[in-house]
Design a binder for this molecule. Structure first.
Ligand SMILES: [Zn+2]
Length: 467
Protein backbone atom coordinates (compact mmCIF):
# COMPACT_ATOMS: atom_id res chain seq x y z
CA UNK A 1 0.00 0.00 0.00
CA UNK A 2 2.48 2.64 1.11
CA UNK A 3 5.08 1.41 -1.37
CA UNK A 4 3.02 3.36 -3.90
CA UNK A 5 2.73 6.33 -1.57
CA UNK A 6 3.16 8.76 -4.38
CA UNK A 7 2.03 7.01 -7.53
CA UNK A 8 2.85 8.76 -10.77
CA UNK A 9 -0.73 9.83 -11.38
CA UNK A 10 -1.01 11.39 -7.93
CA UNK A 11 2.45 12.95 -7.95
CA UNK A 12 1.48 16.21 -9.58
CA UNK A 13 -1.40 16.69 -7.13
CA UNK A 14 0.85 16.01 -4.16
CA UNK A 15 3.51 18.30 -5.63
CA UNK A 16 0.95 21.11 -6.05
CA UNK A 17 -0.15 20.70 -2.43
CA UNK A 18 3.45 20.64 -1.26
CA UNK A 19 4.20 23.93 -3.04
CA UNK A 20 1.13 25.58 -1.48
CA UNK A 21 2.16 24.38 2.00
CA UNK A 22 5.65 25.73 1.39
CA UNK A 23 4.29 29.13 0.31
CA UNK A 24 2.14 29.33 3.45
CA UNK A 25 5.19 28.56 5.60
CA UNK A 26 7.34 31.13 3.77
CA UNK A 27 4.76 33.82 4.57
CA UNK A 28 5.14 33.24 8.32
CA UNK A 29 7.76 35.55 9.86
CA UNK A 30 9.53 33.04 12.04
CA UNK A 31 12.74 35.07 12.14
CA UNK A 32 15.10 34.00 14.90
CA UNK A 33 15.84 36.09 16.85
CA UNK A 34 13.23 36.57 18.21
CA UNK A 35 11.75 33.39 16.70
CA UNK A 36 7.94 33.47 16.85
CA UNK A 37 7.98 29.86 15.67
CA UNK A 38 4.63 29.42 17.40
CA UNK A 39 3.15 30.88 14.19
CA UNK A 40 4.43 27.87 12.24
CA UNK A 41 3.69 25.37 15.03
CA UNK A 42 0.03 26.46 15.23
CA UNK A 43 -0.32 26.62 11.45
CA UNK A 44 1.11 23.13 10.99
CA UNK A 45 -1.00 21.80 13.87
CA UNK A 46 -4.13 23.15 12.15
CA UNK A 47 -3.18 21.41 8.90
CA UNK A 48 -2.53 18.13 10.74
CA UNK A 49 -5.78 18.37 12.71
CA UNK A 50 -7.55 18.95 9.40
CA UNK A 51 -6.34 15.50 8.31
CA UNK A 52 -7.55 13.86 11.51
CA UNK A 53 -4.27 13.82 13.46
CA UNK A 54 -3.75 14.92 17.07
CA UNK A 55 -0.52 16.98 17.05
CA UNK A 56 1.00 18.36 20.24
CA UNK A 57 2.29 21.93 20.38
CA UNK A 58 4.91 22.70 23.02
CA UNK A 59 5.96 26.24 23.90
CA UNK A 60 8.81 26.29 26.46
CA UNK A 61 8.95 30.09 26.27
CA UNK A 62 6.29 32.46 24.93
CA UNK A 63 6.35 32.41 21.12
CA UNK A 64 8.91 29.60 20.87
CA UNK A 65 6.65 26.79 19.71
CA UNK A 66 7.34 23.38 18.19
CA UNK A 67 4.81 20.85 16.91
CA UNK A 68 5.01 17.06 17.05
CA UNK A 69 2.63 14.51 15.54
CA UNK A 70 2.78 10.74 15.38
CA UNK A 71 1.41 8.21 12.93
CA UNK A 72 1.26 4.66 14.21
CA UNK A 73 2.71 1.56 12.65
CA UNK A 74 1.87 -1.93 13.86
CA UNK A 75 5.16 -2.00 15.82
CA UNK A 76 6.57 -5.11 14.13
CA UNK A 77 9.28 -3.20 12.24
CA UNK A 78 11.18 -1.58 15.11
CA UNK A 79 11.29 1.88 16.66
CA UNK A 80 9.96 5.04 15.02
CA UNK A 81 11.37 7.13 12.20
CA UNK A 82 11.63 10.81 13.12
CA UNK A 83 11.04 13.39 10.39
CA UNK A 84 12.80 16.35 11.96
CA UNK A 85 12.86 19.95 10.80
CA UNK A 86 13.10 23.49 12.09
CA UNK A 87 10.74 26.33 11.29
CA UNK A 88 12.85 29.32 12.32
CA UNK A 89 14.83 31.32 9.76
CA UNK A 90 17.57 33.92 9.82
CA UNK A 91 16.77 37.61 9.10
CA UNK A 92 16.33 38.75 5.50
CA UNK A 93 17.27 42.34 4.53
CA UNK A 94 14.43 43.14 2.12
CA UNK A 95 16.39 45.79 0.19
CA UNK A 96 18.86 43.20 -1.16
CA UNK A 97 16.12 40.86 -2.43
CA UNK A 98 14.32 40.89 -5.78
CA UNK A 99 11.25 39.19 -4.19
CA UNK A 100 9.56 39.81 -0.86
CA UNK A 101 11.41 37.38 1.46
CA UNK A 102 8.10 36.72 3.25
CA UNK A 103 5.78 36.88 0.23
CA UNK A 104 5.78 33.20 -0.73
CA UNK A 105 6.17 34.11 -4.42
CA UNK A 106 6.39 31.46 -7.11
CA UNK A 107 8.14 32.76 -10.22
CA UNK A 108 10.57 31.55 -12.89
CA UNK A 109 10.36 27.96 -11.68
CA UNK A 110 11.26 28.73 -8.06
CA UNK A 111 9.52 29.28 -4.74
CA UNK A 112 11.15 32.39 -3.26
CA UNK A 113 11.53 33.32 0.37
CA UNK A 114 13.63 33.23 3.51
CA UNK A 115 13.73 29.60 4.55
CA UNK A 116 13.10 28.17 1.08
CA UNK A 117 16.19 25.97 1.38
CA UNK A 118 16.88 26.38 5.12
CA UNK A 119 14.60 24.61 5.72
CA UNK A 120 10.93 25.17 5.05
CA UNK A 121 11.06 23.12 1.82
CA UNK A 122 11.88 20.06 3.93
CA UNK A 123 9.21 21.00 6.49
CA UNK A 124 6.70 21.01 3.62
CA UNK A 125 8.00 17.72 2.14
CA UNK A 126 7.84 16.01 5.53
CA UNK A 127 4.37 17.45 6.15
CA UNK A 128 3.10 16.27 2.77
CA UNK A 129 4.48 12.78 3.43
CA UNK A 130 2.60 12.67 6.74
CA UNK A 131 -0.61 13.88 5.08
CA UNK A 132 -0.37 11.17 2.41
CA UNK A 133 0.09 8.52 5.11
CA UNK A 134 -2.89 9.86 7.09
CA UNK A 135 -5.03 9.66 3.98
CA UNK A 136 -3.89 6.06 3.42
CA UNK A 137 -5.37 5.29 6.85
CA UNK A 138 -8.59 7.17 6.10
CA UNK A 139 -8.93 5.32 2.80
CA UNK A 140 -9.43 2.00 4.63
CA UNK A 141 -11.66 3.46 7.33
CA UNK A 142 -8.98 3.84 10.03
CA UNK A 143 -8.45 6.77 12.37
CA UNK A 144 -4.92 8.09 11.67
CA UNK A 145 -4.76 9.63 15.14
CA UNK A 146 -4.84 6.24 16.83
CA UNK A 147 -4.94 3.29 14.40
CA UNK A 148 -1.94 1.84 12.58
CA UNK A 149 -1.53 3.14 9.05
CA UNK A 150 -1.85 0.23 6.61
CA UNK A 151 1.59 -1.02 5.62
CA UNK A 152 3.47 0.89 8.33
CA UNK A 153 5.48 -1.34 10.64
CA UNK A 154 7.11 1.53 12.55
CA UNK A 155 5.67 4.77 13.87
CA UNK A 156 6.50 7.91 11.91
CA UNK A 157 7.00 11.09 13.94
CA UNK A 158 6.76 14.59 12.49
CA UNK A 159 8.59 17.23 14.52
CA UNK A 160 8.88 20.81 13.25
CA UNK A 161 10.87 22.63 15.87
CA UNK A 162 11.93 26.08 17.02
CA UNK A 163 15.26 27.77 17.59
CA UNK A 164 17.67 25.78 15.40
CA UNK A 165 19.34 28.92 14.08
CA UNK A 166 20.50 29.92 17.56
CA UNK A 167 21.33 26.48 18.93
CA UNK A 168 18.01 24.61 19.13
CA UNK A 169 17.87 24.73 22.94
CA UNK A 170 14.21 25.84 22.85
CA UNK A 171 13.35 23.42 20.04
CA UNK A 172 14.89 20.01 19.33
CA UNK A 173 17.19 20.37 22.34
CA UNK A 174 14.24 21.11 24.64
CA UNK A 175 12.31 18.11 23.31
CA UNK A 176 15.31 15.82 23.86
CA UNK A 177 15.80 17.12 27.41
CA UNK A 178 12.17 17.48 28.55
CA UNK A 179 9.97 15.37 26.27
CA UNK A 180 12.13 12.54 24.91
CA UNK A 181 8.96 10.43 24.77
CA UNK A 182 7.81 12.58 21.84
CA UNK A 183 10.90 12.18 19.67
CA UNK A 184 12.71 8.96 20.66
CA UNK A 185 13.32 7.01 17.44
CA UNK A 186 15.49 4.44 15.68
CA UNK A 187 16.45 6.94 13.00
CA UNK A 188 15.91 10.56 12.01
CA UNK A 189 15.92 12.52 8.76
CA UNK A 190 16.97 16.14 9.01
CA UNK A 191 18.50 18.95 6.94
CA UNK A 192 21.99 19.31 5.39
CA UNK A 193 22.16 16.68 2.69
CA UNK A 194 20.31 14.94 -0.09
CA UNK A 195 20.79 17.66 -2.73
CA UNK A 196 22.66 17.24 -6.00
CA UNK A 197 26.24 18.40 -6.34
CA UNK A 198 27.48 18.17 -9.93
CA UNK A 199 31.18 17.73 -10.36
CA UNK A 200 32.89 17.03 -13.68
CA UNK A 201 29.70 15.53 -15.13
CA UNK A 202 28.90 13.24 -12.17
CA UNK A 203 25.90 13.69 -9.87
CA UNK A 204 26.76 13.35 -6.20
CA UNK A 205 24.31 13.38 -3.31
CA UNK A 206 26.04 14.12 -0.01
CA UNK A 207 24.17 12.74 3.01
CA UNK A 208 25.07 14.29 6.32
CA UNK A 209 26.39 11.89 8.95
CA UNK A 210 28.74 14.27 10.75
CA UNK A 211 28.93 17.91 11.66
CA UNK A 212 31.48 20.24 13.12
CA UNK A 213 31.07 21.59 16.60
CA UNK A 214 31.30 25.25 17.53
CA UNK A 215 32.92 27.42 20.15
CA UNK A 216 32.08 31.11 20.25
CA UNK A 217 34.84 33.15 21.88
CA UNK A 218 34.49 36.64 23.29
CA UNK A 219 37.91 38.27 23.40
CA UNK A 220 38.39 41.59 25.16
CA UNK A 221 41.69 43.23 24.18
CA UNK A 222 43.03 45.64 26.79
CA UNK A 223 45.07 48.71 25.81
CA UNK A 224 45.24 52.25 27.18
CA UNK A 225 42.86 55.15 26.73
CA UNK A 226 44.34 58.36 25.34
CA UNK A 227 43.89 61.48 23.24
CA UNK A 228 43.50 60.83 19.52
CA UNK A 229 46.04 63.51 18.73
CA UNK A 230 48.87 61.52 20.32
CA UNK A 231 49.15 57.99 18.87
CA UNK A 232 50.22 55.17 21.16
CA UNK A 233 51.25 51.56 20.58
CA UNK A 234 48.69 50.10 22.97
CA UNK A 235 45.67 51.50 21.12
CA UNK A 236 43.23 48.61 21.71
CA UNK A 237 41.83 48.89 18.17
CA UNK A 238 45.32 48.40 16.72
CA UNK A 239 46.05 45.50 19.08
CA UNK A 240 42.70 43.90 18.14
CA UNK A 241 43.61 44.25 14.46
CA UNK A 242 46.74 42.20 15.18
CA UNK A 243 44.65 39.52 16.88
CA UNK A 244 42.21 39.43 13.96
CA UNK A 245 44.98 39.17 11.40
CA UNK A 246 46.50 36.16 13.17
CA UNK A 247 43.16 34.40 13.63
CA UNK A 248 42.07 34.98 10.05
CA UNK A 249 44.88 32.84 8.60
CA UNK A 250 43.76 29.28 7.76
CA UNK A 251 44.89 26.70 10.31
CA UNK A 252 46.66 23.43 9.63
CA UNK A 253 44.80 20.73 7.73
CA UNK A 254 43.53 17.64 9.57
CA UNK A 255 41.66 14.94 7.67
CA UNK A 256 39.12 13.04 9.77
CA UNK A 257 38.38 9.39 8.85
CA UNK A 258 34.96 10.37 7.48
CA UNK A 259 36.42 13.07 5.22
CA UNK A 260 39.05 10.62 3.95
CA UNK A 261 36.24 8.19 3.11
CA UNK A 262 34.17 10.90 1.41
CA UNK A 263 37.10 12.11 -0.70
CA UNK A 264 37.95 8.57 -1.73
CA UNK A 265 34.32 7.84 -2.71
CA UNK A 266 34.16 10.96 -4.87
CA UNK A 267 37.62 10.42 -6.38
CA UNK A 268 36.79 6.82 -7.29
CA UNK A 269 33.85 8.02 -9.38
CA UNK A 270 35.51 10.92 -11.19
CA UNK A 271 37.11 10.54 -14.59
CA UNK A 272 40.69 9.27 -14.34
CA UNK A 273 43.13 12.07 -13.72
CA UNK A 274 40.47 14.20 -11.97
CA UNK A 275 40.11 11.55 -9.28
CA UNK A 276 43.86 11.26 -8.88
CA UNK A 277 44.13 15.03 -8.49
CA UNK A 278 41.37 15.10 -5.88
CA UNK A 279 43.12 12.40 -3.84
CA UNK A 280 46.00 14.86 -3.44
CA UNK A 281 43.75 16.69 -0.97
CA UNK A 282 45.08 14.08 1.47
CA UNK A 283 48.70 14.89 0.63
CA UNK A 284 51.10 15.79 3.45
CA UNK A 285 52.49 18.78 1.58
CA UNK A 286 50.00 21.63 2.21
CA UNK A 287 50.77 23.21 -1.18
CA UNK A 288 49.88 20.00 -3.04
CA UNK A 289 46.74 19.58 -0.90
CA UNK A 290 45.64 23.17 -1.53
CA UNK A 291 46.15 22.78 -5.30
CA UNK A 292 43.89 19.71 -5.18
CA UNK A 293 41.19 21.66 -3.30
CA UNK A 294 41.48 24.40 -5.92
CA UNK A 295 41.11 21.80 -8.71
CA UNK A 296 37.41 21.45 -7.92
CA UNK A 297 37.05 24.64 -10.00
CA UNK A 298 33.92 25.72 -8.07
CA UNK A 299 34.79 28.35 -5.46
CA UNK A 300 31.85 27.54 -3.10
CA UNK A 301 32.85 23.85 -3.10
CA UNK A 302 36.53 24.64 -2.55
CA UNK A 303 35.70 26.97 0.35
CA UNK A 304 33.42 24.33 1.88
CA UNK A 305 36.04 21.61 1.53
CA UNK A 306 38.75 23.79 3.09
CA UNK A 307 36.46 24.39 6.08
CA UNK A 308 35.92 20.65 6.50
CA UNK A 309 39.63 19.89 6.60
CA UNK A 310 40.58 22.06 9.59
CA UNK A 311 39.33 23.76 12.71
CA UNK A 312 38.29 27.23 11.54
CA UNK A 313 38.34 30.66 13.19
CA UNK A 314 36.20 33.49 11.83
CA UNK A 315 36.36 36.87 13.56
CA UNK A 316 32.75 38.01 13.08
CA UNK A 317 32.10 40.97 15.40
CA UNK A 318 34.48 43.85 16.19
CA UNK A 319 33.74 46.69 18.62
CA UNK A 320 36.15 49.43 19.64
CA UNK A 321 36.10 53.12 20.24
CA UNK A 322 33.78 55.80 21.60
CA UNK A 323 34.71 58.98 19.70
CA UNK A 324 36.90 60.08 16.79
CA UNK A 325 39.38 61.80 19.10
CA UNK A 326 39.67 59.15 21.83
CA UNK A 327 42.14 56.27 21.54
CA UNK A 328 40.22 53.20 22.68
CA UNK A 329 41.48 51.43 25.80
CA UNK A 330 39.58 48.25 25.06
CA UNK A 331 38.20 46.38 22.08
CA UNK A 332 35.84 43.44 21.90
CA UNK A 333 35.97 40.64 19.35
CA UNK A 334 33.64 37.73 18.76
CA UNK A 335 35.32 34.77 17.07
CA UNK A 336 33.28 31.92 15.59
CA UNK A 337 35.36 28.73 15.83
CA UNK A 338 34.16 25.51 14.17
CA UNK A 339 35.85 22.38 15.43
CA UNK A 340 36.32 18.98 13.83
CA UNK A 341 35.42 15.75 15.61
CA UNK A 342 38.46 15.13 17.81
CA UNK A 343 39.05 18.77 18.77
CA UNK A 344 37.81 19.95 22.17
CA UNK A 345 37.57 23.31 23.92
CA UNK A 346 40.94 22.96 25.63
CA UNK A 347 42.69 22.20 22.34
CA UNK A 348 40.97 25.06 20.50
CA UNK A 349 41.82 27.58 23.21
CA UNK A 350 45.44 26.42 23.16
CA UNK A 351 45.48 26.89 19.38
CA UNK A 352 44.09 30.44 19.69
CA UNK A 353 46.82 31.22 22.24
CA UNK A 354 49.52 29.80 19.97
CA UNK A 355 48.32 31.86 17.04
CA UNK A 356 47.75 35.10 18.91
CA UNK A 357 51.18 34.85 20.56
CA UNK A 358 52.13 35.33 24.21
CA UNK A 359 52.63 39.09 24.04
CA UNK A 360 49.16 39.84 22.69
CA UNK A 361 47.57 36.95 24.61
CA UNK A 362 48.61 38.64 27.86
CA UNK A 363 46.39 41.58 26.87
CA UNK A 364 43.35 39.40 26.11
CA UNK A 365 40.51 38.33 28.41
CA UNK A 366 38.93 35.29 26.84
CA UNK A 367 35.64 33.51 27.49
CA UNK A 368 33.57 30.96 25.61
CA UNK A 369 29.99 32.23 25.29
CA UNK A 370 28.43 29.32 23.36
CA UNK A 371 29.45 25.79 22.60
CA UNK A 372 28.20 22.74 20.70
CA UNK A 373 29.96 19.39 20.32
CA UNK A 374 30.89 17.89 16.94
CA UNK A 375 28.93 14.89 15.67
CA UNK A 376 30.30 11.87 13.82
CA UNK A 377 28.24 8.80 12.93
CA UNK A 378 29.09 5.95 10.56
CA UNK A 379 27.84 6.09 6.97
CA UNK A 380 26.17 2.74 7.46
CA UNK A 381 23.11 1.11 9.01
CA UNK A 382 19.53 0.41 7.98
CA UNK A 383 18.50 4.03 7.43
CA UNK A 384 21.66 4.87 5.46
CA UNK A 385 21.13 1.79 3.24
CA UNK A 386 17.49 2.76 2.70
CA UNK A 387 18.44 6.28 1.65
CA UNK A 388 21.03 4.98 -0.84
CA UNK A 389 18.53 2.51 -2.32
CA UNK A 390 15.72 5.06 -2.67
CA UNK A 391 17.96 7.73 -4.18
CA UNK A 392 19.47 5.44 -6.76
CA UNK A 393 16.01 4.10 -7.65
CA UNK A 394 14.93 7.66 -8.54
CA UNK A 395 18.24 8.80 -10.01
CA UNK A 396 20.22 5.79 -11.28
CA UNK A 397 23.26 8.03 -11.83
CA UNK A 398 23.28 9.14 -8.19
CA UNK A 399 26.55 8.71 -6.31
CA UNK A 400 25.92 8.89 -2.58
CA UNK A 401 28.72 10.19 -0.37
CA UNK A 402 28.86 10.77 3.38
CA UNK A 403 28.99 14.44 4.34
CA UNK A 404 30.25 16.39 7.28
CA UNK A 405 28.39 19.69 7.59
CA UNK A 406 30.70 22.63 8.34
CA UNK A 407 27.88 24.13 10.43
CA UNK A 408 25.73 22.89 13.29
CA UNK A 409 22.26 21.33 13.01
CA UNK A 410 19.78 19.85 15.45
CA UNK A 411 21.50 16.48 14.92
CA UNK A 412 23.70 17.41 17.88
CA UNK A 413 20.57 17.12 20.06
CA UNK A 414 19.05 13.95 18.61
CA UNK A 415 22.34 12.03 18.82
CA UNK A 416 22.19 12.61 22.58
CA UNK A 417 19.27 10.14 22.55
CA UNK A 418 21.34 7.78 20.42
CA UNK A 419 19.22 8.44 17.32
CA UNK A 420 21.17 7.94 14.07
CA UNK A 421 20.42 11.23 12.31
CA UNK A 422 21.01 11.79 8.62
CA UNK A 423 20.88 15.10 6.80
CA UNK A 424 18.64 14.15 3.92
CA UNK A 425 16.37 16.74 2.29
CA UNK A 426 16.22 15.28 -1.22
CA UNK A 427 16.38 17.90 -3.98
CA UNK A 428 17.48 17.27 -7.54
CA UNK A 429 19.38 20.34 -8.64
CA UNK A 430 20.62 21.21 -12.09
CA UNK A 431 24.27 22.16 -12.72
CA UNK A 432 23.36 25.85 -12.82
CA UNK A 433 21.06 25.84 -9.79
CA UNK A 434 22.48 28.05 -7.07
CA UNK A 435 22.11 26.29 -3.75
CA UNK A 436 24.93 26.31 -1.21
CA UNK A 437 25.22 30.10 -1.39
CA UNK A 438 21.46 30.46 -0.78
CA UNK A 439 21.66 29.20 2.80
CA UNK A 440 21.21 32.42 4.78
CA UNK A 441 21.84 34.27 1.47
CA UNK A 442 19.87 36.85 -0.51
CA UNK A 443 17.11 35.73 -2.89
CA UNK A 444 16.87 32.34 -1.19
CA UNK A 445 14.74 30.07 -3.39
CA UNK A 446 14.11 26.45 -4.18
CA UNK A 447 13.42 25.02 -7.65
CA UNK A 448 9.97 23.54 -8.21
CA UNK A 449 11.54 20.68 -10.19
CA UNK A 450 13.88 20.00 -7.27
CA UNK A 451 10.80 19.58 -5.06
CA UNK A 452 9.04 17.51 -7.73
CA UNK A 453 11.95 15.05 -7.45
CA UNK A 454 12.28 15.30 -3.68
CA UNK A 455 8.85 14.37 -2.40
CA UNK A 456 8.62 10.91 -4.03
CA UNK A 457 12.18 10.13 -2.87
CA UNK A 458 11.43 11.14 0.70
CA UNK A 459 8.15 9.22 0.62
CA UNK A 460 9.99 6.18 -0.66
CA UNK A 461 12.58 6.33 2.12
CA UNK A 462 9.73 6.45 4.65
CA UNK A 463 7.89 3.60 2.89
CA UNK A 464 10.99 1.39 2.64
CA UNK A 465 12.28 2.04 6.17
CA UNK A 466 8.89 1.79 7.86
CA UNK A 467 7.10 -0.69 5.59
ZN1 LIG B 1 18.69 24.95 8.91
Amino acid sequence: MIAGLVEAAARETAHGELVEHLRSLLRLRTVNPPGDEILAARHLADVLVGEGLRPEVVEPEPGRGSVVARLRGDGTGGGPLLLLSHTDVVPAPQERWTHDPFGGDVADGYAWGRGAVDMKAMVAMELETILLLARAAHAVGRDPASDPVPGLRRDVIFAATADEETGGHLGAGWLVDHRPDLVRADGALNEAGGFTVELFGRRFYPIQVAEKGYLVYRIVVRGSWGHGSVPRDDNAAVLAAGVIERLALPGAQRVTPLMAEAIERVAATLPAGRGETLRHVLHRDPRVAEAAVESLCQPPLSRGLRALLRDTTSPTVVHAGVAHNVIPGCAELIVDCRILPGTDEEAMTAELRRRIGEELWARCDIEVTARGAPVEQPAAGALWDTIVAALTAHDPAAVVVPLMAPFATDAKHTVRLGIPTHGFSPLRLGPQDPFLQLFHGDDERVGLDALRFGLPVLAEVVARYCG
